[in-house]
Design a protein around this ligand. Structure first.
Ligand SMILES: *Cc1c(COP(=O)(O)O)cnc(C)c1O
Length: 454
């Protein structure tokens, strides 16, 4: 077998700017203040984030400069490699070319440090001493703990209680970086205490943990909130992934026909695919984008496109997005990073514009595809990333059927070394496909907030 496998850019090829799709995407709707219904301003956001990030959140500027200290820290593992999956292609016997952009090479093992580092940088610059956040499976918590350690910031992570107990190694990684990790719901916040008064055995959700973190940030001038996904500035920072991938494909002499990512809150999907969509919106290329979401938490395929809160207690601005309702608690399937009731407004907007095709995939199919990938490429994917792998394999098999020589690019958002218990459960035949709960979603959707003056 011949042919290049790895497309590795030089450190000097690191992007100097992030790409902001908000400059090009038609029909975007503003964040709204839940009390007044007015569009959110920078002043509304500064109680919980530095002004620079608040401006990025609302920005419509196309290219945003990456600060030099952030680029220097990115350079430890960026540009991340783009691989041609030649052995997987052989196993599938497909005429398609398959590439994957691997983000598991970061110190925390996923794409999440791409935004954790600039967020820590801007907060340090603004004189903040502590960051608080939520985490599900623990990837975001460990990425922020790493970034906090680099900048000498205290980090407190509210971790969904069921994961806190199921995934002790992620928690230990956060503690190794010097962070404090608290099972959520906790007794440390009003939001947590209210939930526990109602249900002392509550195992938590990302929405609840977010309420705890936002409440603490709003109540202390030296504490800010750092979000791991969903928000516009997070997707902005993640655009380094797609910018590099475009250059790497050029190096390979190829153009993507379809680009695929898994979608929890939308940050790795947006990060990889938005620079491709930017090219498409400028009329320079044509490309399909596929978002692979879990069938048990099918935000894009079954949710409503409506204004909703980002958290359970209703402390965040109202976001226009695909949502299953902020009160919806997804079943405890293994891809913890995909268990979120909502979706990034930028990803939701792109779906509404017909620029992204959502597909819902079942957990056991994803693990089966994850194993096929691990056995051919050697990398053990995070359970979240197996959703993108499954969608990519589905596309490659379609190409085989059609005899079509397309170029498929997918995002391998992280490694699964801390998730081997999930692989153990799959190998033992113990994983089930949790049905998506129609009734719970209907109830949660009936409690969407009403938009003042809306
Ligand atoms: C957090 C996470 C996800 C899901 O979050 P997005 O914001 O949708 O990217 C996917 N993969 C990995 C490895 C993660 O850590």
């Amino acid at each position: 077998m011949t042919g290049q496998i790895k497309y590795q850019l030089d450190e000097r090829d690191l992007p100097t700017t992030w790409y902001n799709i908000a400059a090009d995407l038609p029909g975007l709707e503003p964040l709204l203040h839940p009390g007044t219904g007015a569009a959110i301003t920078v002043d509304d956001l500064v109680p919980i984030m530095p002004e620079t990030l608040a401006r990025q959140e609302l920005s419509r500027e196309r290219e945003v400069e990456i600060p030099e200290p952030v680029r220097r820290l990115y350079a430890q593992w960026r540009p991340s490699p783009l691989y041609r999956a030649r052995r997987l292609e052989q196993v599938l016997d497909t005429p398609a070319k398959i590439y994957y952009k691997y983000e598991g090479v970061s110190p925390a093992g996923s794409h999440k440090p791409n935004t954790a580092i600039p967020q820590a940088f801007y907060n340090k610059e603004a004189g903040i001493t502590r960051l608080v956040t939520e985490t599900g499976a623990g990837q975001w918590g460990s990425a922020l703990s790493f970034a906090g350690a680099l900048f000498g910031l205290d980090v407190s992570v509210y971790m969904v209680k069921v994961s806190y107990h199921q995934k002790p190694y992620r928690r230990l990684l956060m503690e190794t970086y010097g962070a404090r990790c608290v099972p959520s719901p906790s007794t440390e916040t009003e939001a947590g205490r209210a939930i526990l008064a109602d249900d002392p055995d509550c195992t938590g959700s990302l929405g609840i943990a977010t309420s705890e973190a936002v409440e603490l940030a709003a109540g202390d001038p030296y504490t800010n909130y750092a979000g791991g996904s969903v928000l516009n500035h997070v997707l902005l920072h993640q655009s380094v992934i797609g910018k590099e991938a475009l250059k790497q494909l050029e190096l390979a002499g190829d153009q993507a026909d379809v680009v695929i990512g898994c979608a929890g809150g939308g940050s790795n999907l947006g990060g990889l695919t938005f620079p491709f969509l930017g090219e498409k919106l400028a009329g320079r290329t044509d490309v399909r984008v596929v978002a692979a979401e879990p069938a048990a938490c099918p935000t894009l395929t079954q949710g409503k496109f409506a204004y909703d809160f980002g958290d359970t207690a209703g402390l965040t601005p109202l976001l226009r997005m695909h949502t299953l309702g902020h009160e919806f608690v997804p079943p405890a399937f293994h891809a913890g990073g995909l268990r979120y009731h909502g979706m990034a407004p930028l990803v939701s907007g792109a779906v509404e514009q017909g620029l992204i095709e959502p597909v819902a995939v079942a957990q056991t199919d994803c693990f089966a595809s994850g194993l096929t990938f691990a056995k051919s490429e050697g990398l053990v994917p995070a359970p979240e990333s197996t959703h993108a792998i499954h969608a990519a394999i589905t596309e490659a098999l379609r190409c085989k059927e059609e005899g079509s020589k397309e170029t498929i690019v997918f995002g391998l958002s992280g490694h699964g070394f801390f998730d081997l218990a999930a692989y153990q459960a799959y190998l033992a035949g113990e994983l089930r496909d949790d049905a998506y709960d129609d009734e719970a979603v209907a109830t949660a959707l009936s409690n969407l907030p009403t938009v003042p003056n809306g």
